[in-house]
Write a protein that binds this ligand. Structure first.
Ligand code: SF4
Length: 391
């Protein structure tokens, strides 16, 4: 088990491993934090200057992962604000992904043709300093009411093109099993909903919440994919690993979406280690996100080229499964695009010159026939493709 902060050494194992105890004892103020972690001047000012902007909070478990002697500990940088977070840089947006423009009901964001985001909760087990949905998690919006949930389910039911529902928030795993089931059951019953995804940091920040009962509940409504959010190998503790493996063992696939943060995980070595450690616990590295253009986050943003350079040092140098997609969510709601190093050197008559990860060049000969229409596809579609597949 990972080491506890000395202040928690006398807590019984039963309490420590109880996620509700962890929630009740979350550290939520600068005064409480300062008794446990010697803060730098920058952090002390950061806590005070951001108090009216965004919640402070972390579980005793996540706080125990902080290196109390180093201000650049990656867990610390994700959990404790610094002064720069209170500044709004030019071009930064409160709603960086334009989600509120595409919110047909209180709980639904419908931006892409075949999938919706369902905002199920406004609270989290840690308030990540890089959160780009802080307009929701800063407080003020409440846990999804029964009426809002019914409206959300009715919206999905009446939109046959929606085949994928991503439940997020806030952190949906902070809902009780009963409330989670009250959401999963009606969504699962909608014939055109082919899959449900749940976005959560619980395996990272509150792994004791992933109980056998939760894993069994998710399996019952398969296919349910858990999309979690490890940003650094330091977060992959025995507890986090057990939580992920409990889900996978129950038949619930787990994927990781990391966020690239300057001076936290902005190196190929760190991302490679993170990917390898994820794969070792059967979590697939899925996305590496360029930081969104959200208010107060400029100090954590990397230049776009940094992510591309990281991919350049991963692709070919390690297994393809360990290479995440580098995604940029376009400011204002343009949607995601992915970036990668350019391996095309030039196009020549009859072929394309490509370079490999060692910089060696090869010619890929183009075929003479170029019609890519698949004649059997009309037959296949006539046999009953879904509305989304046919679109
Ligand atoms: S868990 Fe997710 S939603 Fe909650 S604060 Fe962290 S990044 Fe934001």
């Amino acid at each position: 088990m990972s080491e506890r902060h000395p202040a928690y050494r006398d807590v019984s194992d039963a309490d420590w491993n109880d996620w509700r105890w962890q929630q009740r004892h979350a550290v939520r103020s600068r005064q409480a934090l300062e008794k446990l972690v010697p803060l730098t001047d920058d952090e002390r000012a950061g806590c005070d200057d951001t108090a009216a902007i965004f919640r402070l909070g972390m579980s005793p478990y996540y706080l125990s992962l902080i290196d109390r002697a180093h201000p650049f500990c990656p867990v610390r940088r994700q959990a404790i604000p610094v002064r720069a977070e209170a500044r709004v840089a030019p071009g930064e947006l409160e709603d960086p992904l334009g989600e509120d423009k595409t919110r047909p009901t209180e709980a639904i964001v419908h931006k892409y043709p075949d999938r919706v985001l369902l905002l199920a909760a406004d609270h989290c087990s840690v308030y990540c300093r890089h959160c780009t949905r802080r307009r929701i998690t800063k407080g003020g919006e409440a846990e999804l009411s029964k009426k809002a949930m019914e409206e959300a389910v009715a919206y999905v039911a009446s939109h046959r093109e929606v085949r994928d529902v991503l439940i997020s928030g806030g952190d949906p795993f902070l809902l009780s099993d009963e409330r989670l089931e009250a959401l999963l059951a009606p969504l699962h019953a909608i014939p055109h909903v082919e899959m449900i995804r749940i976005g959560t940091r619980v395996p990272v920040c509150l792994p004791m919440r992933v109980t056998d009962a939760l894993a069994k509940l998710l399996r019952k409504y398969a296919p349910v994919y858990v999309v979690t959010h490890f940003n650094h190998a330091k977060e992959i503790t025995p507890e986090a690993r057990a939580a992920c493996e409990r889900l996978v063992d129950a038949g619930v696939p787990v994927e990781n979406q990391a966020v690239l943060m300057r001076q936290v995980n902005s190196s190929a070595r760190i991302i490679k280690e993170l990917s390898h450690r994820c794969l070792a616990m059967r979590v697939r590295p899925y996305y590496l996100h360029q930081m969104d253009v959200a208010q107060g986050l400029e100090h954590l943003r990397t230049p776009l080229r940094a992510g591309v350079e990281i991919l350049e040092q991963l692709r070919g140098h390690t297994t393809g499964l360990a290479v995440p997609h580098l995604a940029v969510d376009l400011p204002g709601g343009g949607g995601k695009v992915t970036l990668q190093p350019d391996y095309v050197v030039e196009r020549i008559a009859g072929g394309t010159v490509l370079r490999n990860f060692k910089g060696q060049q090869y010619v890929y000969p183009e075929p003479t026939e170029t019609d890519c229409h698949c004649p059997y596809d009309e037959v296949w579609l006539a046999r009953g493709a879904t509305a989304a597949d046919a679109a």
